[in-house]
Design a protein around this ligand. Structure first.
Ligand code: GDP
Ligand code: MG
Length: 453
């Protein structure tokens, strides 16, 4: 048994500073590269524990604890869309979430969504209260831990910061979470940590990295304990066609090991499919990741946690959001097949009960959407991936006679297919399409209320 790296996601409202925070973490580790590796993955960046120790030296002298995890694996694409594909049955592949909040703006729409998601999927999270450098009168101390830089601020600035922190504490309380500024927390099991920081000046980044490391190894130890030599399990983030290579899938491996030549099983819209791995690719480790883009090395094997590209035949309809299993003995296959089938039947279905039609672009987004609708007690007749087709409209039209309020098609990130356009024009079918999941849920809610009243 070994402890693998925790998989960290960054969520939060548009412009809160998610990208800036990830960039800052990457740059900080590049600058500290003599301390250890800064390994580039597909879809993720790994910051080794040596780098974290180096960045957080002064804090480690105060908090004194032993770091056992090998590194932190940060998912590169922040935001809720990428997050929705980091799924596994009944939960998420991510071990820990950083929810970024703009200190001057406070909680905004997607902050609420992010907390809702974490609460739902039981993902532990902390709040990165970003842009402290924008507080009136703030004196920046670049790269310093928050607990040092705060002492060097005027009383008035300190009081102002605490006022902002307090506002967050109140908001979290409304969600049922007890929280506090991280340096005042007594029991991290019971309270959500708020870390004031700045992605621009780097203040508070040492605190953030050390705290995530400490919390994840302390509270997630069981989850992170894996048999690294076991058969690999991962999730498909993306499938695409690469010129000169063919179909590839990008995956996050979160358990076991994956090797060149391994057989894999995964979901497509038409059930389980298999492939044999022709090659495994990872980005080149250059000191500056900007140059590493699109330059890959072939490797023979990789251990969790890692982000990796798989080249194989038969990947053309692999579903993003599907679990991917390595199987090397055929007797393992039955069990894996059953698990995959059970997983997809929860998400893609067509029942004979009354309800609305739901279409979405990926397994992950469809799952989030159906979960939201179920929470709002909106019945679903059909849930599927792909554009809105004639068949979907037929179902909605047939609903009209039975239960008019359910004669509606809801689409996330999809379009109306060409051959369905005419039927839409000639019939009065309500179609609600959006590329923000939570907007969609609200719109449907309102629509059904309107019809009923
Ligand atoms: P995202 O939409 O959450 O990814 O946010 P971005 O990282 O793109 O940041 C949005 C804007 O806020 C950009 O103009 C950033 O330069 C700015 N920003 C991000 N972090 C900070 C910070 O700590 N301080 C200040 N002053 N500006 C920041
Ligand atoms: Mg961004």
């Amino acid at each position: 048994m070994a402890i693998r790296s925790p998989i960290i996601v960054v969520l939060g409202h548009v412009d809160a500073g998610k990208t800036s925070l990830l960039d800052r973490i990457r740059n900080t580790s590049i600058i500290n590269k003599e301390a250890g590796e800064m390994t580039q993955h597909i879809g993720a960046t790994e910051v080794s524990i040596e780098v974290i120790k180096n960045i957080s030296k002064t804090l480690l002298n105060i908090y004194k604890f032993e770091l056992k995890i090998p590194s932190l694996l940060f998912i590169d694409t922040p935001g809720h869309e990428a997050f929705s594909n980091l799924r596994k049955r009944g939960g998420s592949v991510s071990d820990f979430a950083i929810i970024v909040v703009d200190i001057l703006e406070g909680f905004q729409k997607q902050t609420y969504e992010a907390i809702e998601i974490c609460k739902n999927l039981k993902i532990p999270f902390l709040i990165a209260l970003n842009k402290i450098d924008r507080i009136d009168g703030w004196k920046p101390n670049n790269e310093k831990p928050f607990i040092e830089t705060i002492k060097q601020q005027d009383q008035k600035v300190q009081a102002k910061l605490d006022e902002y922190v307090y506002n967050i504490v109140v908001k979290l309380y409304e969600f049922g979470f007890d929280s506090d500024r991280y340096d005042r927390i007594k029991d991290f099991r019971k309270q959500v940590a708020i870390i004031p920081l700045s992605a621009r000046t780097g203040e508070g980044i040492p605190d953030l990295l050390l705290l995530i490391s400490g919390l994840s190894q302390r509270f997630l130890e069981e989850k992170l304990k894996i048999n690294v030599e076991g058969s690999g399990i991962g999730v498909i983030l993306e499938r695409k066609e690469e010129k000169g290579i063919g179909d590839v899938i990008d995956i996050i491996l979160y358990d076991g090991r994956i090797k060149k030549g391994d057989k894999i099983a995964f979901l497509t819209r038409n059930g389980v499919k298999y492939a044999k791995i022709k090659s495994l690719l990872k980005p080149q480790n250059l000191t500056d990741i900007r140059f590493a883009k699109n330059k890959f090395n072939e490797i023979n094997e990789v251990y969790a946690a890692a982000g990796i590209r798989i080249v194989a035949d038969n990947l053309e309809d692999a579903l993003p959001g599907s679990t991917i299993y390595v199987f090397n003995k055929d007797e393992e296959l039955k069990d894996i097949e059953n698990r995959l089938k059970a997983d997809i039947s929860d998400i893609i279905f067509n029942t004979d009960k009354e309800g609305i039609v739901v279409k979405s672009d990926t397994l992950g987004s469809l799952e989030v959407l159906t979960r939201l609708l179920k929470e709002r007690n909106i019945p679903i007749k059909k849930a599927d991936i792909g554009d809105i087709e004639k068949n979907d409209i037929d179902i909605a039209l047939s609903m009209k006679e039975k239960n008019i309020e359910y004669a509606v098609i809801v689409g996330f990130n999809v379009r109306i297919s060409k051959n369905a356009e005419d039927i839409v024009k000639n019939n009065n079918v309500k179609i609600i399409i959006s590329d923000i999941i939570y907007d969609l849920a609200e719109k449907i809610d309102n629509y059904i209320k309107d019809i009923k009243s």
